[in-house]
Design a protein around this ligand. Sequence first.
Ligand code: SAM
Length: 156
Amino acid sequence: MGHRSGAVSYDRRVWVKDPAWENSRWASLSYRAVDEFEYVYIFWKPGVTKFDRRRLTAEEWKDWGSRGVWAFPSVRTNVEHDSMYPVQLPYRVIRLLTDPGDIVLDPFMGSGTTAVAASQCGRKFIGIDREKASVELAKKRIAKERHQTCFTIHET
Ligand SMILES: C[S@@+](CC[C@H](N)C(=O)[O-])C[C@H]1O[C@@H](n2cnc3c(N)ncnc32)[C@H](O)[C@@H]1O
């Protein structure tokens, strides 16, 4: 499947999380399923795509690199930001698809989870969010990841 930008749909993963408490409340009152999973879609951009199995260890390839279903818990509470996702989610995507030193862009950064994961993976990052509170929260979380090589945050 192609996109007007020229990006081509290449793969998708399913992240199985635990049922969200918010949704569990109404699940018993309707036919709707409890919100237990999300999709991760991967698109290739035009040009040569690099494939490098050495980005992951053999164990990681076996455990999740080559697996269509990823299972790990969601964030226990969303007190700091109302839609935080676990670091493990961007961490796996970044490890799988980028090289050390690459730049990871998250234009809807929220609490900065992608930036934290990028730091942990030795990648640079650019984060954007329109909410000042989100940018401040992201900055705080990123500051804890002192080993990042560089970061840039834009408020739109
Ligand atoms: C679903 S949250 C992202 C949560 C993030 N993944 C995390 O773990 O904290 C989406 C974020 O996008 C921001 N946002 C929405 N529309 C935007 C826009 N047009 N430009 C910049 N940021 C935007 C919101 O302020 C919100 O913080």
